[in-house]
Design a protein around this ligand. Structure first.
Ligand code: IPE
Ligand code: IPE
Ligand code: MG
Ligand code: MG
Ligand code: MG
Length: 294
């Protein structure tokens, strides 16, 4: 269904391994914690999106390697912090003990911090061939915006503020668009910024696609928290229920949440239809977002 997925996953893991190996060791424990959280497991969906969008638009894979590695570093940091006792307090991630369990809380906080800054370092240092300096700056700004106050962190704050409470469907949607959708939109934007395509209408269609799959991704995450099992998920099943989180299934019921996810995938696939490119891979990727079992 996604013939390039395995190769792209391998490619970004290889790139991240080299980047970590090249870092001069300051504190070996911190380095080990960063490596542990970055390299052990994970679907690498955001890097795959960077590669898939870039590939479709004619970017080179070597240019895409930097942004793909950067967004995965940022995402891994967000997971380390999301699992901390002060946030979701989870013990299992990607089938392994969470970073603060394998190491300790202080090391996990620092590993997250250092992976976040590493993401920006990668974007500034990557030897781009086809990407202009102006576009390189846009990559950096995009990552900063989508991961910070106006993006992932903002969404995480809303999530924490509403634990043990309820919220309207509109507020829930906004929370999902920020905490999870923002980085997925960033990945798609990265693919466009690395490509020779400068058509704002194409970017707009891609952003519609990204917004729909970004929201669908979190709706499916919430569904899997109910329907899947801990071994398949690699993280504790039932964590949302136990922590009394507001989710789509909690507000709408499981069946309506599934319909919502399917509608969003259809919306994403519709947005692709205006693009004068072969959108087969991106259409299949949208389907994967809700067909996935972990
Ligand atoms: C989990 O993301 C956190 C959410 C934003 C829902 P992923 O499901 O992409 O986690 P990994 O990277 O595959 O472990
Ligand atoms: C998304 O929400 C987490 C991030 C934005 C990092 P969740 O808290 O639902 O993610 P999981 O289920 O722990 O992976
Ligand atoms: Mg969370
Ligand atoms: Mg969590
Ligand atoms: Mg979840």
């Amino acid at each position: 269904m996604l013939p390039n997925l395995a190769a792209d996953q391998q490619r970004v893991v290889q790139r991240m391994s080299v980047l970590l190996a090249e870092m001069p060791v300051t504190d070996p424990r911190l380095r080990d914690a960063m490596q542990y959280s970055l390299l052990l497991g994970g679907k690498r969906l955001r890097p795959f999106l960077v590669y898939a969008v870039g590939r479709m638009l004619g970017a080179t894979l070597t240019d895409l390697d930097g942004p793909a590695a950067a967004i995965e570093c940022l995402h891994s940091y967000s997971l380390i912090h999301d699992d901390l006792p002060a946030m979701d307090d989870d013990d299992l991630r990607r089938g392994q003990p969470t970073c603060h369990k394998a190491f300790d809380e202080a090391t996990a906080i620092l590993a997250g911090d250092a992976l976040q800054t590493l993401a920006f370092e990668i974007l500034t240092q990557h030897p781009f061939a086809q990407v202009t300096t102006v576009r390189q700056l846009q990559l950096i700004r995009e990552l900063a915006q989508q991961s910070g106050y106006q993006g992932m962190c903002g969404g995480q704050a809303i999530d924490l503020a509403h634990t043990d409470k309820t919220m309207s469907l509109a507020a829930l949607e906004q929370m999902h668009r920020l905490k999870t959708g923002a980085l997925i939109r960033c990945a798609v934007h990265f693919g466009w910024l690395c490509s020779p395509d400068h058509n704002p209408q194409h970017l707009q269609a891609l952003q519609q696609y990204a917004a729909a799959i970004g929201l669908a991704f979190q709706v499916q995450d919430d569904i899997l928290d109910i329907e899947s099992d801990t071994v398949t998920l690699g993280k504790p099943q039932g964590s949302d229920l136990q922590a009394n989180k507001v989710t789509y299934p909690a507000l709408l019921g499981l069946e309506a949440a599934k319909h919502k996810a399917a509608d969003l995938v259809a919306e994403a696939q519709q947005a692709l239809q205006t693009l004068p490119y072969d959108t087969t891979e991106l259409a299949a990727l949208a389907g994967y977002v809700i067909a996935r079992k972990f």
